[in-house]
Design a protein around this ligand. Sequence first.
Ligand code: ADP
Length: 260
Amino acid sequence: MNPFEQQRPIPGVAFIVAVSSGKGGVGKSTVAANLALAHAKTGARVGLLDADIYGPSQPRMFGAIAQKPRVIGENKIEPLFRYGVKLMSMGFLVDENAALVWRGPMLFKAMEQLLREVHWGELDYLLVDLPPGTGDVQLSLAQKVPVNGAIAVTTPQNVALADVKKSINMFQQIKIPILGVIENMAHFLGPNGEKLEMFPRGEIDTYMKLNDIGKLGEIPFHPQLSAACEVGIPIVESQPSHVISKQFIETAKALRARLG
Ligand code: ADP
């Protein structure tokens, strides 16, 4: 059977975008949360599906730990509506430790539920925060819905590049277009706004050029970005005119332009 035979759009959802990373800790979830908010702030209807089943962090980032989404009607789940974003996370449905042992069929079922049993309503963009790396969640997403494209979040060093390459290769194999790279912790902003490099810059630019992959945005390292997520109000929500928030708004615009 063609593995993509099960693919069906989600009624009402215009674009489905996967937010991926080659490895953990590069800031994928932080970027996904703030990017979703940047879309909301600029007038788009946006949903964020936290499919990072093994370590869902969006409930914390949105200050929604211990929240339980309501069940409506027979078997539809109403996503949370937080800071203008429709939010659903595996973390709302199951205990984090329970999902750790899930493999293939369980994950396929969970993804089905998150995509189809959630009442997403009308959305311009549904961002899907994937687990890092390449695995069953990525595959089940590709098999179930027509994903318009994937964003690869990475830091600029070579140690992250090796993993991002694997992740991009996987998306190419499962026929999901790469929309571009978001470079996180790209640099540190000096007192006069100058860019100070934090990490030795690897060959990411050469790799992107050779493979015709564009950059959607560059997010500097900033302690307030991290602090805002810790308290459950991401920076684009708490300080929309902060220099970092502006970067996220620019990145959201670049993504929209890329999707057309
Ligand atoms: P991932 O989803 O890739 O595992 P997270 O989004 O959880 O990574 O981020 C890992 C840690 O790095 C978090 O503590 C987060 O607040 C912090 N972080 C991410 N991006 C930045 C940044 N640009 N500046 C400062 N801290 C950041």
